[in-house]
Design a protein around this ligand. Sequence first.
Ligand code: IPM
Ligand code: MG
Length: 355
Amino acid sequence: MHLKIALLAGDGIGPEVIDQAVKVSDAIAQKYNHSIEWTPALTGAAAIDAVGDPYPEETHQVCLDADAILFGAIGHPRFDNDPSAKVRPEQGLLKMRQKLGLFANVRPTFTFPSLLDKSPLKRERIEGTDLVFLRELTGGIYFGERGRKNNGDTAFDTCTYHREEIQRLAKKGFELAMTRSKKLCCVDKANVLESSRLWRETVQAMEKDYPEVEVAYEFVDAVAMRLVQWPNSYDVLITENLFGDILTDEASVISGSMGLMPSASVGTDNSLYEPIHGSFPQATGLGIANPLATILSAAMLFEMSFGLTEEGAEIRRVVDQSLADGMVTEDLKEGGAKGNSTTEVGDYLVKQILA
Ligand code: IPM
Ligand code: MG
């Protein structure tokens, strides 16, 4: 198969982890007789510096022309400390999600048997955790009306949802639940928010189309609590944009390192795959960034955009192997032991694939 992939490395550690994912994907292509055509394009602070726009039109074209997009991370501290900055790297990410129509953000949280004791939560609480958040990504408070009133002394952001936006996300949730344990949790704040009541009403009306799926409705504050108490009681969770942003960061620590969890953002025509961690600016260029989340995102890309399940499984197999062999970056080393470098981990995986 010929795979056309847009490659958006972005900022900070983005380029380093992306390099490893490219190496690993190329090794997979070699082993399974595929060819990959990578087309790099600029995003984030790097794109602001080059052309003054964090998601330039040329980059958008590259994404539209590709079958799938592999993305590193964006963000730079020089913008974080300047609330008056007019152009920010994160705007690029939001613009990209909106222009590409990436409405469903798939964020799994799972544990690795060899890392159960790395988690801040007790082993017995997290053992067997394997859940997936479907976060709505192009609506809600992120994209609603916002502004200032009263000479700038009052600020507002609005959370707006249309029934169809909820339906298309929930449909993905029901479908995913059907392929898993047939349990779906709709996370909202319907005791307070009107937009949440529309979510609940919409999902309730869809239940009849999926009679086998058992649906639970839970308030976001309760989910935040149960997620760290009994994460293994959840399977598929659907939620709106901001709740999903917060809960998926919370869930990501369960596995033991931020550097492990992949994600996919699915749209009507195209999908983008990225690690859930950010650009980790302090680590830029030090060779300490964990590339596994990006490599596992490449596994999702093979599976979800191309139906290449064997290839995805092979990536997961070698990732498990590297964890079991202790070929890991410093975030996963025991007792302050020196970590392997980002590149060493990538090279090791390539060697395992081609062995
Ligand atoms: C994420 C990030 C982004 C978000 C930021 C960088 C805009 O936190 O992908 O979760 O809030 O969606
Ligand atoms: Mg976030």
